[in-house]
Design a protein. Sequence first.
Length: 230
Amino acid sequence: MLESLADYLVDKSVWGMGGDGWAYDIGFGGLDHVMASGRNVNILVLDTEVYSNTGGQCSKSTPRGSTAKFAVAGKPLPKKDLAMIMMTYGNVYVAKVAMGANPNQTVKAFQEAESYPGCSIILAYSPCIAHGIDMGLQIHEQKKAVESGHWPLVRFDPRRLEAKQNPMQLDSKEPKISMEEYMYGEIRYRTLKKSMPERAAELLHLAQDDVNLRWNVYRQLAELDFSAWK
């Protein structure tokens, strides 16, 4: 009787939500523990690339060259690649989405994460006032972030291995605009260009290198052949 009754009960859906300051920094240990548990838990990270709720401090999610509190001379190091870290588990569903750039990919990622019977994490690009943009135009900024390669759209679904398919899917196209075109549309980058132009130019060059490296790594992973898997 209990087994037949269970067929009529709605499955419990568990979602946790937080910002990048929590996921990339102060709460990363806890997040990592959850992702390693194998439990059917979904996590949504709203990535603003800065500690938005506490005044705009630099976080491990802050991109290279961006200004923020504790990084007034521009962050010298690249952004932490949380998606890549989570993919290394192999049994975690991972996605990077930007609703303003590709709403269909965003919806698909949420559907896949919800249906996945283990841990899943979705990283959502989330522009905020700390970026120094007109928030009414944030959809435009999301598109530029994707088109520059700064925020590649990806989905990593371990279930695809059962069909001998590559679990890694790269949903965005090859970058078609430069990091300079993307970055200097936002005050968080333009501030450094005005105050320290030489340093800004140096960090811009390194930021472009970051994008080129990450894009090529993602592309190569997405092109791997799994037809002979097991």
